[in-house]
Design a protein around this ligand. Structure first.
Ligand SMILES: [Zn+2]
Length: 185
């Protein structure tokens, strides 16, 4: 579940106006072209820079490595109910066996028995577990999700997202990221 970031593409970490990343997973990054465009449109402040300088006939500037939005974007209070967000809440793990492969969407109370497609009835499940559980209730087949499905807050999803750092993090980003894991140099 690692997001591939290419250091050669000199991406800029995008912070909200409160200096927190707009998103942890995937980490909010812009291409250097988009970062420059936002600087020219006066939408962001440059917080930190790469050594690399770009030149045009009319100006030259260092490429930004961290930018912050000038106006605060209010995060949604309640995250949208999407497949991705369900997987993120469940940390991309099957809630029955822990597998990270072949994830699907499982209705804990099957739809055929009136189960709804909502935060509190849907969990991540690998395809084999989903197949095995079929149209049965958890108690009928003794398959209970590890955690009771719940409606997460944005904070919950951010926290989980921090468990999935991308393959590359520039040193200038580190002051704004608080990863739980020890990172390779
Ligand atoms: Zn499974």
């Amino acid at each position: 579940m690692t997001v591939n970031v290419s250091p050669e593409s000199l991406p800029a970490l995008v912070l909200n106006a409160d200096y927190r990343p707009l998103s942890y997973y995937p980490l909010s990054l812009w291409s250097w072209q988009d970062a420059i465009k936002a600087v020219c449109l006066d939408r962001v402040n440059i917080v930190s820079e790469y050594d690399r300088v770009i030149h045009s006939p009319s100006f030259e500037m260092k490429l930004p490595s961290v930018v912050s939005l000038k106006s605060y974007v209010k995060p949604a209070r309640h995250p949208a109910f999407t497949r991705f967000n369900v997987f993120l809440r469940d940390r991309f793990q099957c809630q029955y066996c822990g597998s990270r492969e072949d994830l699907t969407f499982d209705h804990v109370i099957p739809r055929s028995l009136g189960g709804r497609t909502t935060w509190d009835n849907v969990v991540a499940a690998c395809a084999p577990c989903n197949l095995k559980k079929g149209n049965k209730l958890p108690a009928q087949i003794n398959m209970h999700p590890w955690q009771k499905p719940f409606h997460p807050t944005v904070h919950d999803l951010h926290n989980n997202g921090r468990a999935f750092p991308p393959n590359y993090l520039h040193e200038s980003w580190m002051d704004y990221l608080y990863w739980d894991t020890e990172l390779e140099p």
